[in-house]
Write a protein that binds this ligand. Structure first.
Ligand SMILES: Nc1ncnc2c1ncn2[C@@H]1O[C@H](COP(=O)(O)OP(=O)(O)OP(=O)(O)O)[C@@H](O)[C@H]1O
Length: 593
């Protein structure tokens, strides 16, 4: 049974609002400044009405002095108050935005790489960038304007009630329709479109990222037109949903204007009737009508805000989807003290699968990794070799059996502490679009130039780096596009050697290389790992007579183990693999290491 954390059961928008709890004093300042701005606008029009109507009666100038001063003061204060409101509401929005972005990034870092398989790269990008960006609208448009409108609208109704109660009633009804019913109407129309637009934006980004990164393959296989057609379809869908959203906005604006007009007419008619009955003076009647007209300024932004909020709701749901993603590994609440090198790792009856309905990727694996010994894990594609590496690096938890590190449960250590002693070279090492130096320093940011030279020298990369005009400062391009396959793999090996973990895990370090480059790199890595605790994962059998033990993995089970000499003599999977690679001319004579 999946246990849903209590916080995850709450609606996404209130959860987002809850993040601003520590900033509530600033939010209150923003709301009060927003209400005061609108109230100043309403008062400005009311006082102006008074000034014009009273001036028509030709009074002495002194009778108008207070009103003239008030108009000036209201005009100036309105700008200042709006500035304060914008400053504080955006301050709150950007603080929460930064907080959400960090939380999403931290969750992604925690999930990567095993927990991200439900999310595609473009979709992830959308969640991290545009979905998180919409969070600012929650505060700038979704919280401050409605609260400010309620305060300023209430004050306007109060002022009108002081002049003429029935007109105040009409104004209150009009404001409620324009400020509550019309926005609700906008939300109803916008909600589905907003939800679909967010999903369509995610799909479009996924396809754009896919098309850009796979462009050479698409062109080579003549699939370019199909890819462009699929992009165009995704774009068209996004345009359709965005248009629906725009319709909701236009509907809100149109209905709002209609309600404003009708209400002002009602107030005007009630005012005229009151003047005729002698219940209201002519000057107050002008103030009444203009106050009513200005009061709608408070609710005018609400339909657009509500429609935007509906959009934000689906973005918030997608963000919370990332934040609530279950951890791929358990982090102990009270971790053991960090393990001390040298390390001994033992796997006993380990079972792992990627999903409850997936077959076992590892099914009862026993393996011993002891200080100073080199073990090779070989087997056909899909046998489960990389799963062993993921397990050791704490990207995955075992669902059965035990993994121990220096005699204690591996899961009882903090994951970061484990990764400090177990590390190496993943199957697909990422080369960052930076310089050679920065790519290597990733493994140890404080490494000196001498240490960089030593690691690159051990990986036989140093003469080549020295021969480059820019040397260590040579840019490597996106995904290391300016490097050959061999140079990329050697850079990854140098990075692993620089990190110098107590247990070095090398996952297919010679993948994608031609036989000659593979033999050369294998010889080098066997040379540099001599005497080091190493797990070498490979389906290339070149040079394996140098390692202490070979474990042969097939469909999640260790089917053979022994030295190269033993295994080639015995009938079994290893001898078949050896014979096949020999026939293909891929196994060069083992280096005498
Ligand atoms: N993230 C994943 N989600 C679901 N299944 C996975 C995932 N990663 C691996 N598997 C499955 O687990 C099994 C073992 O995969 P693994 O990558 O460990 O094999 P491998 O021996 O390293 O293969 P290769 O030599 O091709 O890299 C395979 O059946 C694979 O399809």
């Amino acid at each position: 049974m999946t246990v849903v954390p209590p916080a995850a059961r709450r609606a996404p928008l209130p959860r987002l609002l809850a993040l601003a709890r520590p900033l509530r004093a600033r939010l209150l300042v923003a709301v009060l400044a927003g209400a005061a701005t609108t109230a100043a606008g309403i008062a400005l029009l009311g006082v102006s009405g008074f000034l014009i109507a009273r001036a028509a009666e030709h009074p002495s100038v002194t009778a108008l002095t207070i009103a003239v001063v008030a108009v000036r003061a209201l005009g100036v204060s309105r700008g200042v108050l709006r500035y304060v409101e914008r400053l504080t509401s955006h301050d709150v929005a950007f603080r929460v935005l930064g907080d959400v972005r960090v939380r999403v990034y931290r969750t992604l870092a925690r999930l990567a790489p095993a927990g991200l398989r439900e999310l595609r790269s473009g979709d992830l990008l959308t969640r991290l960038v545009s979905d998180v960006d919409t969070v600012q609208d929650v505060f700038v448009r979704g919280v401050v304007p409605p609260a400010a409108a309620a305060l300023a609208g209430g004050a306007a109704v109060g002022a009108c009630a002081f002049l003429l109660a029935p007109a105040a009633g009409a104004l209150a009804a009009g404001l409620l329709v324009a400020g509550v019913l019309v926005p609700l109407c906008s939300v109803l129309v916008a909600r589905r479109a907003a939800h679909r637009a967010a999903a369509a934006r995610g799909r479009l980004t996924t396809r754009v990222v896919d098309a850009l990164s796979g462009a050479p393959d698409l062109i080579a296989f003549g699939a370019r037109d199909r890819a462009i057609a699929s992009l165009t379809a995704a774009d068209r869908e996004l345009t359709r949903q965005t248009r629906r959203n725009a319709f909701a906005l236009a509907l809100g604006a149109g209905l709002g204007t209609a309600v404003t007009g009708l209400t002002v007419w009602a107030v005007l008619l009630l005012g005229v009737a009151a003047v005729e009955d002698g219940d209201l003076g002519r000057v107050p009647s002008a103030v009444l009508v203009l106050t009513a007209l200005a009061a709608f300024e408070a609710v005018a932004p609400l339909p657009a805000a509500a429609a935007r909020l509906a959009e934000t709701g689906s973005s918030a749901r997608r963000i919370m989807g990332v934040l609530d993603a279950p951890d791929p590994v358990r982090e102990p609440s009270r971790p053991l003290p960090p393990p001390e090198p040298p390390v001994t790792v033992r796997l006993r009856g380990v079972r792992v699968r990627y999903g409850p309905d997936d077959p076992w990727a590892l099914d009862g694996v026993d393996l011993d990794l002891e200080p100073g010994r080199r073990v090779a894990l070989v087997g056909p594609s899909g046998a489960g070799k990389s799963t062993v590496a993921a397990l050791l690096l704490r990207f995955l938890d075992a669902q059965g059996g035990h993994v121990t590190l220096n005699g204690r449960d591996l899961a009882a250590y903090a994951t970061d502490d484990v990764r400090r002693v177990i590390g190496g070279c993943p199957q697909h090492p990422h080369v960052f679009d930076s310089t050679l130096r920065e790519n290597l320093r990733l493994a140890r940011p404080g490494a000196s130039d001498g240490e960089l030279d030593a690691a690159a020298g051990a990986a036989r990369l140093l003469p080549w780096i020295r021969s480059l005009p820019q040397g260590w400062d040579t840019p490597v391009g996106v995904h290391g596009a300016r490097l050959s396959g061999g140079e990329r793999q050697r850079l990854a090996l140098a990075r692993a050697l620089l990190a110098d973990p107590a247990l070095l895990v090398l996952d297919e370090p010679t993948a994608h290389l031609d036989p000659a480059a593979r033999a050369a790199l294998t010889a080098d890595l066997l040379r540099v790992t001599r005497g080091r605790t190493t797990l070498l994962i490979t389906h290339d059998l070149t040079g394996l007579d140098a390692v202490d033990e070979i474990a042969v993995l097939d469909r999640g089970r260790i089917v053979q183990r022994g030295t190269h000499r033993d295994l080639v003599r015995r009938d079994g999977l290893y001898r078949r693999m050896w014979a096949r690679s020999d026939a293909e001319g891929q196994s060069s004579p083992p280096p005498s290491s």
